[in-house]
Design a protein around this ligand. Structure first.
Ligand code: ZN
Length: 409
């Protein structure tokens, strides 16, 4: 399998170049679809049945590539990639300097998609893919999941229900993969107060106004919960005045007001990241309690929106990591440990974490993700693909051995 990876490596670099030169920001429906077609053709060549999963007309978004290779062996594997990039527009095309490739999606994560395909090719060349059951889902909107999630993540969840383990190819390094990722949630705070002349602020008639009440709430969030292990709650946007108008097109707000008017409205939006769903629920309860004790003359409401469930570290996850670690060392690479769940954002694997165990960070090494300086270290495609091919093969061997010897379960 290692020889097969090395044999096909140059064509994988060319495939990555082609993919990076198709602009596919999340909102670029045609571009995302085109990258999907490019990878679908590769998977078809390996014996996968491919289909494009479109969203209903009411949902904005390109949809997902789904590819299935049917076989009788367990574990049935779900491989996760994504076709979209953070940046929209034509900029950031492929520039290669020796072993570094720059451009949108080089490491996040067209590079990971390419190493996934290369690993499957190596398995096929070695005659190992034949009886394996593999579903590939490459989503078209990982960087900004289209809403509602009940529709736009249905294909991913359906695939998880037909699978035993999830392997995701987001960026990683030689020494680190991820078996835990934090979940994330959005929150939105609206505070109203009595509008009046600034000279009356703090009086019984005027009260404290919406700005002071909103700031009280946010400051109490920080006092009560900042520093709790694994929990963060950022305030992303804050506006107050006589009027506040949200701008859904870019996530911002427009405020009007005057320095001599007690503001009747404050709005704030932010996120909440957590290690477990229990931690999420506890944090939300404390935030609601803080909002429920307003200063005189003001009142607030806070609402929460679920985004990503948490992917907590589990014993099965640790077992997967141990197998990956042994695989890596036997190929002559370094040992592999998990990144701290706090250290990275949530990803598509998080959606399936409540259904099946998995591991992420199997993709390529790079730098500058989510910035105009994104790049990938090209030889890491080889490392990633060699390791993934042997890892998948060992998962099958060890699963079969475990079935044959129930005492070892
Ligand atoms: Zn990504």
């Amino acid at each position: 399998m290692r020889d097969a990876v090395r044999l096909h490596y140059p064509e994988s670099v060319r495939l990555l170049e082609q993919a990076v030169n198709i602009s596919s920001g999340t909102l670029n429906v045609a571009g995302v679809r085109k990258v999907g077609d490019l990878f679908a053709a590769e998977l078809k060549g390996l014996g996968f049945e491919t289909e494009w999963v479109s969203f209903p007309d009411s949902v904005r978004g390109a949809g997902h590539l789904r590819a299935v290779h049917r076989g009788t062996l367990r574990p049935r594997l779900l491989l996760i990639g994504h076709l979209d990039t953070v940046f929209e527009g034509e900029a950031q095309r492929w520039v290669q300097e020796d072993t570094i490739a720059r451009g949108a999606g080089t490491s996040d994560m067209k590079g990971g998609d390419v190493s996934m395909i290369l690993a499957l090719r190596a398995l096929a060349d070695a005659g190992r893919l034949k009886d394996m059951h593999v579903i590939v889902i490459m989503t078209g909107d990982e960087e900004a999941p289209a809403q509602p999630l009940s529709i736009t993540r249905a294909a991913l969840l359906d695939a998880a229900r037909e699978s035993d383990l999830a392997l995701a190819f987001e960026g990683g390094t030689e020494s680190h993969a991820a078996i835990g990722r934090r979940g994330s949630s959005g929150w939105s705070l609206t505070v109203t107060g009595r509008q009046g002349h600034s000279s009356g602020i703090f009086s019984a008639g005027s009260g404290y106004g919406a700005a002071y009440e909103g700031v009280r709430i946010l400051d109490e969030f920080r006092r009560a919960m900042a520093g709790e292990q694994g929990l963060t709650f950022n305030v992303g946007v804050l506006a107050s005045g006589t009027t506040v108008v949200p701008r859904p097109e870019n996530g911002g707000m427009l405020a009007d007001g005057k320095s001599n008017i007690i503001p009747p409205v404050l709005q704030a939006t932010g996120d909440l990241r957590f290690l477990t769903d229990a931690q999420k629920e506890a944090a939300r309860a404390r935030m609601r309690a803080i909002v429920a004790r307003p200063l005189a003359g003001a009142q607030g409401t806070i609402t929460f929106e679920d985004r990503y469930p948490a992917m907590p570290i589990t014993p099965v996850g640790q077992r997967l990591l141990a197998i990956l670690d042994a695989t890596s060392r036997s190929l002559g690479y370094s040992s592999v440990t998990t990144t701290a769940p706090e250290s990275r954002g949530a990803g598509d694997i998080s959606f399936v974490a409540p259904l099946i165990p998995g591991i992420d960070g199997l993709g390529v090494a790079g730098a500058g993700a989510h910035s105009p300086r994104e790049q990938a270290f090209l030889p890491s495609i080889r490392l990633s693909a060699e390791r993934a091919a042997v890892f998948m093969s060992r998962l099958v061997e060890q699963w079969e051995a475990r079935q044959a010897d129930p005492g070892s379960r």
